[in-house]
Design a protein around this ligand. Structure first.
Ligand code: NI
Ligand code: MN
Length: 226
């Protein structure tokens, strides 16, 4: 069993009934966050795809408050550890069997600098096996053909894909990404947080349906159980 809650932007909460994991916890400064108080977040793990402020978010503070381990690529893991967070260093292509399941970082075509301008190595996507399901969160990225390989290596149940354009894929490239990965369900993300990434997630769902893949718009704060 896997419960997936969409916290808006690129942030998701995964709960297998035993452990909780949050991806890219952007709460402070996120107008769409259904969680207003960072102190309400109690998780075992925090996964960071890259260091941009809308992904690193409140990760360090959450780790320090509840003791959660931040999982990130080496450069970013060292940075958060220097700031007092607990960290597990990984890198792209590497997987590790955590208490909740296996997690592997993938490539992403983007940047990764902290809000104060320190470069943090490569941005990433992540494949997470938890609660009997496999989720691929692409992180912020443009479209790339290797997504086909990611979909071949693991049968993806849930794909979280950005549609907001400008900084990442827009809708049409996200539809192509979904075709490459061929998941059981595609969930749009990284839209409507700011004016510059306005997009209609329903247009994405209609377009993936035309290639016979299920898509679903998750409301901010909505939980689905798989
Ligand atoms: Ni970014
Ligand atoms: Mn972003």
């Amino acid at each position: 069993m896997l419960k997936l809650t969409y916290l808006s932007h690129s942030s998701f909460l995964l709960d297998d009934g035993n452990e909780k994991l949050i991806i890219d916890p952007f709460i402070t400064g996120n107008p769409n966050s259904p969680i207003k108080n960072v102190g309400d977040i109690k998780v075992n793990y925090i996964v960071l795809t890259h260091a941009h402020g809308d992904h690193l978010g409140d990760g360090i503070e959450i780790s320090k408050a509840c003791g959660a381990t931040i999982i990130a690529v080496n450069e970013l893991a060292n940075y958060v550890a220097d700031k007092g967070a607990k960290a597990h260093n990984m890198h792209i292509g590497g997987g590790w069997n955590f208490s909740f399941g296996r997690l592997k970082f993938t490539i992403a075509h983007h940047g990764s600098a902290t809000p104060d301008g320190k470069y943090m190595g490569e941005p990433a996507g992540v494949v997470i096996k938890m609660g009997g399901k496999t989720l691929y969160h692409t992180g912020d990225t443009g479209l790339f053909l290797d997504m086909k390989l990611i979909g071949e290596r693991d049968k993806i149940d849930l794909l979280c894909v950005p549609i907001g354009d400008n900084f990442t894929m827009g809708i049409d490239d996200a539809v192509k990404a979904t075709e490459f990965v061929n998941p059981a369900l595609a969930i749009p993300m990284h839209y409507n947080t700011f004016k510059i990434i306005e997009a209609d997630p329903h247009e994405f769902v209609v377009k993936v349906k035309s290639i016979r893949i299920n898509g679903q718009v998750m409301e901010f704060g909505q939980t689905l159980q798989f």
